[in-house]
Design a protein around this ligand. Structure first.
Ligand SMILES: [Zn+2]
Length: 267
């Protein structure tokens, strides 16, 4: 059986650690909330990453979506070109038919005048036919171009799909890893939180919410590591003495100094 958690405060702590002075107790509480902050910061980071995950997935998919939408446009162009081609071909067949009919009337002609008129009629019908033929060829060319472009784009879509699938797999496994990590961190956080004095924990949690996860700050060269403002020398001296947990006068974060971490009071 391990030592009792020191949620009961100084008495229990003294009982099992032999810590008898208030500085050591304050120091041990400080170490706990610093540890709690480390856990909370990582939890915060993970929650942030999880919030951004759908956005990442969406942006990983966007090249593929872009290609697919261009492909869709090409396909509908292809369909309308095919309709155009069929209608031109029908028109051509009709025109060929009427040219044939005009030509077959040759035997009915009696006079030279009629013959001349007939030749003119044939010429007109031939011209019309060749103009329709041209437009059939033009449409066929566009159909060909369109289908080549669609084939190229389909290949690109296949590649983009592969890239996206791999990225999705990576993001999914990352998300599963983070899910495991956060469950583990939350368990650790619970254990540490249970050992912090209740009023201090309340103070810590309130600050954590107000200060976006940074409730505890180290004093550097007389300044608060949280808000960077210069602290009154008297306050710095009190933090150094360490017989009470002191707040930054400006951002109210709980202050500590490097030496608080170096002294290992808890085994
Ligand atoms: Zn501050």
């Amino acid at each position: 059986m391990g030592p009792p958690r020191y949620r009961a405060g100084l008495e229990v702590l003294t009982e099992w650690t032999g810590i008898i002075n208030v500085e050591d107790f304050v120091n041990s509480q400080l170490q706990l909330i610093i540890e709690l902050q480390k856990l909370d910061r990582r939890i915060f980071q993970i929650l942030d990453a999880q919030r951004k995950a759908p956005e990442l997935l969406q942006s990983a998919e966007s090249p593929l979506q872009d290609i697919l939408s261009r492909l869709q446009t090409l396909k509908s162009t292809g369909e309308s070109l095919a309709t155009q081609q069929r209608s031109s071909e029908r028109e051509l067949a009709t025109q060929e038919d009427s040219l044939h009919k005009v030509r077959s009337r040759l035997s009915e002609l009696k006079t030279n005048k009629e013959y001349q008129a007939h030749l003119f009629e044939i010429e007109q019908a031939r011209k019309k036919k060749s103009s329709i033929e041209e437009s059939v060829l033009e449409v066929m060319e566009r159909v060909e171009e369109n289908s080549t472009a669609a084939k190229e784009l389909e290949e690109q879509a296949g590649e983009a799909q592969k890239v996206f699938d791999a990225e999705k797999l990576r993001l999914d496994s990352q998300s599963a890893e983070l899910g495991k990590e956060i469950a583990d961190l939350e368990r650790q956080q619970q254990v540490v939180a249970d050992t912090v004095e209740k009023p201090l924990l309340t103070r810590y949690n309130r600050l954590k919410t107000l200060r976006k996860g940074f409730a505890v700050a180290e004093v550097h060269d007389g300044s608060c590591g949280g808000c960077r403002l210069q602290l009154p020398p008297q306050l710095v001296a009190e933090v150094r003495r360490g017989d009470e947990l002191m707040d930054c006068s400006y951002c109210h974060r709980i202050l500590f100094m490097a030496h608080h971490l170096e002294v290992e009071t808890l085994d």
